[in-house]
Design a binder for this molecule. Structure first.
Ligand code: P6P
Length: 318
């Protein structure tokens, strides 16, 4: 049973992790609360719409993308505990300012996933993962090009009908909601994937699916493995959050012609795959475990299948 009086600080103090890591997670949490408040008031404060810039992904930057990104970079820099950062919005590694060459931790994040949904009030979220640095060279990208199984913590915050933060370590995966003062209070702990029959795929890409993808989706519709329902938000973090709590599988296959996917390995797939692994789930690129892929570049995109172990084995055996 969850002790609903426990706040994030008390929760972190009970975890066997370094104090610098506790500080980083706590600052990500308080930053997500500020992002949540900005989103809730974005209509009033003219924070909807685009900045007019194009990011490294070739996507138009939303005002809230920029706000979330800048807040995370500023607040994580000021902890003095972060050696380097990586953002889905920024082309290269980010050296904290103020800098701290003795810091040991790497933080990578997608500041606002699903931001094309902002203007229509559909759930969006912040995704992050935390690693130890591999060397002391702040210009060396290999500090960010680490396999997802090297992560020591990961999580996300969904800004939906309520704001919920998920924090996962090898010890535990828990969720928190913010009280009126912005204090994160635990709501779920020792989370494992639910087992409801949901599949989450953008089927408009059918003509770009492999024959295996098509066999798999056709089998889900046939009822041979039970009655499924389809849910697709168009915001990865929202689809994953639902599947983690209730069950299901999400997939965004790579284009079979190029082998390139839509979703970013470092900023989206690895953090969620780390959480899946810690919660009786699994994630693959269609062939191998996401967490074992050695990133080749900071913005590498991969095919992505993630869900509870049962659904992932149904896909694998399709
Ligand atoms: P499509 C949002 O832009 C995103 O990166 C993910 O959050 C989401 O799952 C996916 O793209 C949606 O892509 O092609 O279905 O609109």
């Amino acid at each position: 049973m969850v002790n609903r009086n426990q706040n994030l600080s008390e929760y972190l103090n009970n975890l066997d992790i370094e104090s610098d890591l506790k500080k980083i997670i706590s600052v990500i949490s308080s930053t997500c609360y500020k992002i949540s408040e900005a989103i809730r008031l974005s209509n009033i404060n003219n924070l909807l719409g685009k900045t007019g810039e194009i990011n490294i992904q070739g996507e138009q930057v939303e005002k809230l993308d920029e706000l979330a990104n800048n807040l995370l970079i500023k607040n994580l820099s000021e902890t003095g505990k972060v050696f380097l950062m990586g953002s889905e919005e920024i082309e290269s590694v980010i050296i904290p300012n103020p800098n701290n060459k003795n810091a040991e931790f790497i933080v990578v994040f997608d500041p606002l996933d699903g931001s094309s949904n902002i203007d229509v009030s559909v759930t969006i979220g912040t995704i992050f993962a935390i690693y130890k640095r591999v060397n002391s060279d702040q210009n060396d990208e290999s500090n960010l090009l680490q396999e997802g199984n090297k992560a020591i913590a990961a999580g996300y915050t969904v800004y939906g009908s309520s704001t919920v933060m998920c924090i996962s370590t090898k010890e535990d995966t828990s969720m928190f909601s913010f009280d009126k003062k912005g204090c994160p209070i635990i709501t779920n702990s020792k989370i494992i994937h639910g087992n409801s029959k949901v599949y989450s795929v953008n089927e408009s890409n059918w003509n770009k699916f492999t024959e295996k993808d098509k066999r798999w989706i056709t089998s889900l519709k046939s009822g041979v493995n039970g009655k499924y329902t389809a849910r697709y938000v168009g915001s990865l973090v929202a689809d994953f959050h639902r599947n983690l709590l209730k069950g299901g599988i999400f997939s965004y296959p790579a284009d079979p012609k190029t082998g390139i996917g839509r979703l970013r390995l470092i900023y989206e797939c690895n953090p969620l795959s780390f959480i899946a692994k810690n919660t009786n789930g699994y994630a693959s690129d269609g062939e191998k475990s996401i967490l074992e892929i050695k990133p080749e570049n900071l913005h590498q995109r991969v095919g992505f299948y993630i869900g509870n172990n049962i659904e992932m084995s149904i896909y694998k055996n399709s």
